[in-house]
Design a protein around this ligand. Structure first.
Ligand SMILES: [Zn+2]
Length: 314
């Protein structure tokens, strides 16, 4: 199957023939297994579909037992930018009461599938819209990795609580309480970022892909990677030799104290960067786009912050 969008965009390929065999692989979160017994069929739970397991986990924390969450992209070993949606995803979206999407070009396939499934009634929570950021900045590209931006996650949490309450008014107090508990935990992550910033503001850092940039900015780090490098890696295109050379030189010249490396996007050029970091004794902090297996969003992010702190303290 070939994607027909640019490699930076999630591809839409409806593989009807594969619907049956992909069933097991494309939902995550527990109650979603009984996808047939969604709100429409009287289980009482709000049927939520999230484009990734990151937004799915956050929605599940806000909704608790009152929601049933299906996450479309949940494979930690694959690059979500190259995801190919299937008929099972379409089926889940056709039954969704609430759809949580990242937006900003990351998961456009969700809107496409939603409109072709004729589900016009679903409430859409779009993180990019909720963020309030300029989605078409005049310089640089909009960074769509919004789940690394805790202020945006807090806004999404509020929006989820409001959306769930509109559908299930009897659960409103529960949603508000869950959102408030969750926000307190997000505030702790924001405090960790501020603590890092107080110690390491202005420290040079390198990336392979823009995935962790919101978090790194909040921690006061300065991304020294040539933009042409990280944009090419994200877009799945080749890096020009001089740009690669400039990137590799960061690690021998002492310009950066850490490499934050996207494990879900690798190839010969990111491998070369990893090698250069090791050769230059620059610590590497691995990050991913989707949830590592068996972890929650909050634990994952506090782990990322702890790893960053430990790397910067070396
Ligand atoms: Zn990415």
């Amino acid at each position: 199957m070939r994607s027909f969008r640019t490699p930076t965009r999630l591809a839409l390929v409806v593989a009807t023939a594969l619907a049956a065999v992909t069933l097991a692989g494309c939902s995550s979160g527990s109650p979603a297994a009984d996808g047939a017994s969604t709100a429409a069929s009287g289980s009482g739970q709000i049927a939520v579909v999230a484009s990734t397991d990151v937004w799915g986990d956050i929605a599940a924390q806000v909704g608790g037992d009152l929601v049933s969450v299906t996450s479309i992209i949940d494979d930690p070993s694959k690059d979500p930018h190259e995801y190919e949606a299937d008929a099972q995803n379409q089926l889940a979206l056709s039954k969704a009461a609430v759809v949580v999407e990242n937006g900003g070009g990351y998961d456009d396939f969700v809107d496409t599938m939603l409109s072709s499934s004729k589900n016009a009634g679903a409430t859409i929570v779009n993180a990019a819209t909720v963020s309030g950021y300029d989605l078409a900045p005049t310089t640089g590209a909009f960074n769509e990795h919004l789940w690394y931006d805790f202020p945006t996650v807090k806004k999404v949490v509020d929006q989820l609580a409001t959306s769930f309450a509109a559908i299930d008014p009897a659960g409103a107090a529960t949603f508000t309480a869950n959102a408030s508990t969750y926000t307190t935990k997000l505030d702790a992550l924001v405090a960790s970022e501020a603590e890092l910033k107080s110690s390491f503001q202005g420290t040079g850092a390198a990336i392979t892909e823009p995935v962790p940039l919101y978090l790194m900015d909040a921690a006061g780090l300065v991304d020294e990677t040539p933009a042409e490098f990280s944009e090419a890696i994200e877009g799945g295109t080749d890096v020009a030799p001089d740009v690669l050379a400039q990137t590799l030189a960061l690690f021998s010249a002492g310009q950066v104290k850490v490499l934050v490396y996207n494990e879900q996007t690798s190839g010969p050029q990111t491998d070369a960067v990893l090698e250069a970091a090791r050769a230059g004794n620059v610590p590497v902090v691995p990050v991913t786009e989707t949830l590592p297996t068996g972890t929650s969003y909050l634990d994952w992010m506090s782990g990322n912050l702890a790893a960053l702190k430990s790397a910067l303290s070396q």
